[in-house]
Design a protein around this ligand. Sequence first.
Ligand SMILES: [Zn+2]
Length: 242
Amino acid sequence: MPAPLKTEAIVLRSIRYGEADRILHLYTPQHGRIGAIAKGVRRARSRFGARLEPFFHVRSVLHDGRGDLFTVTSVDTVATHASLRDHADTLDAAARCCDAVTRLFETSSPHPEVFTLLSNELAVLSSTPSLAGPANGLAFRMKLLLAAGILPQLGACASCGEPEHLQGFSAAAGGVVCGSCEAAAFPLDEEAYRFLVSAVGQPLARPPEASERSLRQAERAIVETAEHHANVRLRPLLGRHA
Ligand SMILES: [Zn+2]
């Protein structure tokens, strides 16, 4: 019998399975994303209680079963982020953050920084519901691109190295591009550019501000980067791109 796996985890998704079980997608610091089954969790007197809902941060003990799924044998709650469920906006924002993590980090490769980032984001949304919106959501995604090693080049033209006159964005080129290289790029205005640069460095609780027009451009840069360099389709926060 392999030793049980003791790990902190954030519940990304929780899916009803059979009569009383749940299949869980968990994000862990050292084992990336893993799947687990919690047996009997939906029975009234389950020893797991209601501790395996989405966004819960738990300390868990998992058994390596046959097949792909671990079996949950015990759970303690670290944080419930309960107030996320009080507002439709925060619930939606938190679900989209978990979805972005699921898509960009779907393997068991360890990314402890992603675990910390997600845990912080859920805490921020839980304590400051007014932050649930595109600026915070896009800033979170920029930090995910950084963790995934696909942060676009922002300091100089990604094609020729020119540090000035940056006015477009090209995921194929790998970042911002200058006026002479913008053939395959879309226009990125100054405000959208500043948003992308600031979003990486500023804390999630203080995302940079930008107009909706600029946020749409920033989102397009993020979505196209994930698509081009990680083959991942992130769900847009702002809908159709300008
Ligand atoms: Zn250039």
